[in-house]
Design a protein around this ligand. Sequence first.
Ligand code: THU
Length: 160
Amino acid sequence: MKSITINCDLDVYDSFEDIPADIKELMEAAIEARDMAYAPYSKFHVGAAILLDNNEVVTGSNQENASYPSGLCAERTAIYYAGSKYPKANIKTLVITAKSLMHSMITPVPPCGACRQAIAEYEVRQDEPIEIYFMGASGKVVRSNSLKNLLPLAFDNTFL
Ligand code: THU
């Protein structure tokens, strides 16, 4: 038996004000998308914005359903829209922001496990890393230079 350690490299910015100007612009698109969330059940509003290599920006918000599992997260709403509308474009950056109507949200909110799996599919498909930034409603912003930091040991098509 031997033990292995898997590293997860992340950058942490103290606040929205500290992130690069182009990412700020993308995060503003995610904030706008967040305000369009349909989340009457959780009252947890999430927005995502994706920058493609054709310079298009695609956004998404979480869309809930009275049959709870039928709803979809903001990240998958956005990434599936990007994949549908621009199937030939590569995803350069994904940014995420979340705000609760019930309490303040200053902790950076990372994509859920199912969204990480969905993002992995696109990173593998394009064979180029997807840069990811995530934050709460305010507070610190976390950056990963690839989905790999958020989903080590990912299951992908190489196993099939
Ligand atoms: N949600 C997202 O949109 N993205 C995530 O990564 C985590 C959770 C949504 C799903 C649901 O509408 C609400 O947040 C509460 O889980």
